[in-house]
Ligand binder design. Structure first.
Ligand code: ATP
Ligand code: MG
Length: 658
């Protein structure tokens, strides 16, 4: 297996393949063209949408940090995502190829989607939901999840999607925080091959909340989960109320700044924040960036594998691709059910051209070796994407080679719930790629790396990522907590009017941005600032390491010491943990430098991650510092944290005894 330098740095560069560049949607002059007049650039991109009334002002910064874009303009987001394509004669084009976990599937055209959205919009109105009301969805990846999201947009209700795998407690927090009038859920869900009843959790989440008037229940698992607790009057079946509705529905026009959805952050760094996104600016940024970054073609079969409740899916599995009239695959289940090649099977089945995935999943596939993707015909793929965390160069190269056959560019897109859509990302026909870097800010977007005083850092020097000009997709506030919005993101660089993203980063000599982890995750060892991502990438590049998480533990002498938690590869049995630790220390020292040597190397069976698959370093940092009590409601699997705690206790006990 090849070993990659920890930062991959400037020595590995992948220019756009000439055939790809020749057909690309966006050409080489786009960055300069946008920089010359960003507002004109965004106005041009807003012009890709259908407006019922034109805006009079492209951008109004007088109310910052709550920006206003396309002021005075009116549109309907659902009409833009659905009806517009039917009206243009493309109603027979497939909107969704839905693949269920047990292997059932449905194909839905844009014309059918329009009928479904209209029915659902009529049903929501019958249930008393109107403009400005909040609707929470607690649903798996189903066509109805997208239908309901679009129905909310159509009537001006504010939707908030909650991951179907969340606990009743996590759901309740979101239902309560949004003050939702309606909760939509299923009878049950498929989770890794099992049918699990969820209506009980939904009931617990809404119990005693008077603002919830109805719970709309979609049948999914049916006889497999016969136990569906029912509160007459409040609870209604989807098939009783939606199916009998008319497929005609007059869509009103809403202001460009009309709230569209509330998205809760993943909770990687603490209690999730409910970001509010609005309509015209968000859809402009999302729709254009989807078209440009994913180089959308009419015959593409595009698959973003995120759960619909994550921001990734909002922008690049719902509003973005639908607004572009794209054919999509959506998949309900776990990537490993019923077998670890499930995703590759789906790519082969539908002839997927564009596959947008996450580093955590790539590392999981890597554990199974290149034989896994090799069993499937993946020749339809032409573009790959990554989001959610920095992708370790080793994982990037594996994805490029083993899944993309060496021919597909990889768009590594850096963005956040707060930014609405991609900010730092390549244009696949234009930008040379460096494994592990999201490359440079997109046209129309301005981001850089600065120090505490706001000075741009020198190449290679760690600073923080800031966005230096307002952009159309930016969140407008934190729901019911505007103070938190101002304090978290805008106060640190209030003087400059910059947005603080919360991520540490460096820029290289070519101006490429390298994310180093969360600001709080930067380690300080004897005055040296080290990035958790860089250390982890060095570890993952070692043949015996499948995954790694690095945190700083308090140290009386060096300030912090480096603690590495590693998952070893299945086939790496043999040497003792002590020998492995020595080997990894030497490996990291060679890759980065002696100062970067982990003091402690702890082998663990699993790592604590958020439900969206991000490593939760803060919980491990708390553990090594003897702190507790951090927010764990976003945790994917509590047993992973418990296993790390056990391994840590055994490790510290063995050291105390040594
Ligand atoms: P919270 O804000 O509650 O701690 P979160 O930041 O994980 O949660 P999201 O908005 O879902 O919630 O994730 C955005 C973050 O994910 C970014 O700030 C960054 O740290 C990380 N991220 C996303 N994409 C990339 C990428 N391509 N490269 C590096 N980091 C990324
Ligand atoms: Mg965040």
């Amino acid at each position: 297996m090849s070993t990659v330098p920890a930062t991959a740095g400037d020595d590995l560069v992948f220019p756009p393949p000439p055939e790809f560049a020749a057909r690309a949607n966006v050409g080489a002059d786009e960055h300069a063209r946008a920089a010359a007049d960003p507002e004109a650039f965004w106005a041009e991109q807003a012009g890709r949408l259908q407006w019922d009334e034109p805006w009079h002002t492209v951008f109004d910064g007088s109310t910052l940090p709550t920006a206003q874009w396309f002021v005075g303009g009116k549109l309907n987001v659902a009409v833009n995502c659905v009806d517009r394509h039917v009206a243009a004669g493309r109603g027979d084009k497939v909107a969704l190829h839905w693949e269920g976990e047990p292997g059932d599937s449905r194909t839905i055209t844009y014309a059918q989607l329009q009928d479904e959205v209209c029915r659902a919009a009529n049903a929501l109105q019958e249930l008393g939901v109107g403009h400005g009301d909040r609707v929470v969805l607690y649903l798996p990846v189903l066509p109805e999840t997208i239908v309901t999201t679009m129905a909310c947009a159509r009537i001006g209700a504010v939707v908030s999607l909650v991951f179907g795998g969340f606990s009743a407690e996590a759901l309740r927090f979101r239902v309560e925080d949004t003050g939702a009038k309606l909760l939509v859920c299923t009878d049950g869900q498929f989770r890794r091959g099992q049918a699990v009843s969820v209506k009980g959790a939904a009931d617990a989440a809404v119990e005693g909340l008077d603002h919830v008037e109805h719970v709309l229940v979609l049948r999914r698992t049916g006889d497999l989960t016969p136990d569906v607790p029912w509160t007459p009057g409040r609870d209604v079946w989807w098939h009783d109320v939606v199916d009998r509705q008319s497929t005609e529905h007059d869509a009103p026009s809403f202001d460009s700044e009309n709230p569209l959805f509330i998205i809760y952050t993943s909770g990687t760094t603490g209690k999730p924040k409910g970001l509010v996104h609005t309509s015209g600016g968000y859809l402009t940024h999302t729709s254009w960036s989807h078209w440009a970054v994913f180089d959308v073609k009419d015959d593409d079969v595009y698959w973003c594998q995120a759960d619909l409740a994550w921001v990734t899916a909002h922008s690049y599995e719902m509003y973005g691709p639908l607004s572009n009239g794209t054919t999509q695959v959506i998949y309900e289940g776990s990537p490993l059910t019923p077998h670890p090649g499930r995703h590759f099977e789906v790519i082969e089945k539908y002839g997927v051209t564009t596959y947008y995935t996450a580093p955590t999943l790539v590392r999981t596939f890597m554990k199974h070796g290149p034989e896994l993707p090799a069993r499937f015909d993946l020749s339809s793929l032409r573009l790959l994407g990554s989001v959610g965390e920095a992708i370790n160069p080793e994982a990037w190269l594996w994805l490029h080679r083993e899944v993309g056959g060496g021919r597909c560019p990889i768009v590594d897109t850096w963005w956040q719930s707060e930014t609405g859509a991609a900010v730092v990302a390549p244009l696949p026909g234009v930008t040379p790629l460096k494994p592990g870097s999201g490359t440079v800010p997109l046209p129309g977007l301005a981001a850089t790396v600065v120090d505490d005083a706001g000075r741009e850092t020198a190449p290679g020097e760690t600073g923080v990522l800031v966005i230096t000009r307002p952009w159309p997709g930016m969140a407008r506030t934190v729901w019911r907590d505007h103070d938190r919005f101002v304090k978290s993101y805008w106060e640190p660089y209030a003087e400059q009017g910059w947005y603080l993203a919360g991520d540490a980063a460096t820029k290289d000599a070519d101006g490429y941005v390298w994310i180093g982890g969360r600001i709080d995750d930067v380690l300080n060892v004897s005055g040296h600032r080290l990035s958790s991502i860089e250390l982890e990438s060095a570890l993952v590049a070692h043949p015996r390491v499948a995954e790694a998480a690095v945190v700083g533990a308090p140290d009386g002498t060096t300030g912090q010491r480096i603690v590495a938690f590693v998952i070893t590869r299945g086939d790496a049995a043999g040497a003792s943990d002590a020998a492995l630790a020595e080997e990894l220390r030497a490996h990291v020292a060679a890759a980065i430098g002696p100062v970067a040597k982990p003091r402690d190397v702890v082998v663990v069976p699993d790592l604590p991650k958020t439900r969206s698959g991000k490593i939760m370093r803060r919980l491990m940092a708390d553990m090594t510092a003897g702190r507790g009590g951090g927010d764990v409601t976003s945790l994917q699997d509590e047993t992973a944290l418990a296993a790390v705690e056990t391994a840590w206790a055994a490790y510290t006990a063995s050291r105390a005894g040594a």
